[in-house]
Design a binder for this molecule. Structure first.
Ligand SMILES: [Zn+2]
Ligand SMILES: [Zn+2]
Length: 280
């Protein structure tokens, strides 16, 4: 069966968050050994299921702590190619692999310093993003956040002091609209070892979904839509902004603008996928 097709419309296992009580050192070590033994036994009896293709994993399959099988991880990452450091678009031929920008962002007012993406929006990565947006997509979003965090841990140019998600308006949360960015934030922050600042940014008004708009409409749609929450001092902060997809970069640019106005020293952006359908 075609693996890309096999990832669609499968049930996924919902991971249960664990909370550890405070324990004495020796007791904690004994419990940890028992947990390891029990965990291995449980994996043999009930092998973990890949959050994307829903196929039970072999022992040692996938990356530790990421609920995805090796096959899906390879498909999601793709073959790899040089990308623009600033906007993460694949570099056209004739541009040096280590170029700091590209024809797409050169001469434009790009307010963020750098963009990281697992890959270009298409194929299995597109399928994963579409599944993440479903009501049942949270386990996959957490797994993709872990994969993004793993990707970042080798590549981050600046050690972030704050990790934030692109926020949605409270009316969307009330309607239980899925905000993948907030779920990704949890997983990325845990993976790179920085506490997430989930309340640092606020959405001031209910914007239209960017994916439904043309490029010039997207810029207008997000203009003035975000603010830094009252009480947060981010002077000199190095902020990493998390989102699911970057296409025109309008949302990231607007958020970088308000973060810089509030005193942020650097703003970098990390997304699961870089859409290249529109120019920024
Ligand atoms: Zn898989
Ligand atoms: Zn670029």
């Amino acid at each position: 069966m075609d693996h890309e097709k096999s990832v669609a419309n499968r049930d996924v296992r919902v991971p249960t968050p664990s909370r550890r009580p405070v324990q004495a050192q020796g007791s904690r070590r004994r419990v940890s050994v028992m947990q390891t033994i029990c965990g291995r036994a449980a994996n043999l009896l009930f092998p973990p299921i890949c959050a994307l293709c829903a196929i039970p994993s072999e022992p040692d399959d996938g990356i530790v702590g990421i609920n995805l099988c090796n096959r899906c991880i390879c498909d999601l990452k793709g073959t790899g190619f040089p990308v623009c450091k600033k906007c993460a678009r694949p570099l056209p031929k004739g541009i040096a692999d280590d170029a700091d920008d590209c024809p797409n962002c050169r001469g434009k007012r790009v307010r963020f310093d750098r963009t990281y993406a697992i890959g270009v929006y298409g194929g299995v990565l597109r399928e994963a993003v579409l599944q993440m947006k479903q009501a049942t997509g949270e386990p996959l979003t957490l797994a993709m956040g872990c994969l993004l965090g793993e990707h970042l841990s080798n590549k981050l140019a600046v050690a972030p002091t704050h990790v934030v998600a692109v926020p949605t308006h409270w009316t969307r949360r009330l309607k239980r609209d899925v905000n993948c960015a907030e779920i990704l934030l949890e997983a990325v922050a845990a993976k790179i070892g920085v506490r997430g600042s989930g309340r640092l940014l606020r959405c001031r008004r209910n914007t239209s979904k960017q994916g439904t708009l043309l490029p010039h409409e997207r810029r207008a749609n997000v203009r003035g839509a975000y603010r830094v929450s009252t009480g947060y001092v981010i002077s000199g902060a190095k902020v990493l902004v998390i989102d699911d997809v970057m296409t025109t970069g309008a949302t990231a640019n607007e958020i970088a603008k308000i973060l810089r106005r509030a005193g942020a020293a650097s703003v970098e952006v990390a997304v699961v996928a870089r859409g290249i359908g529109f120019d920024s």
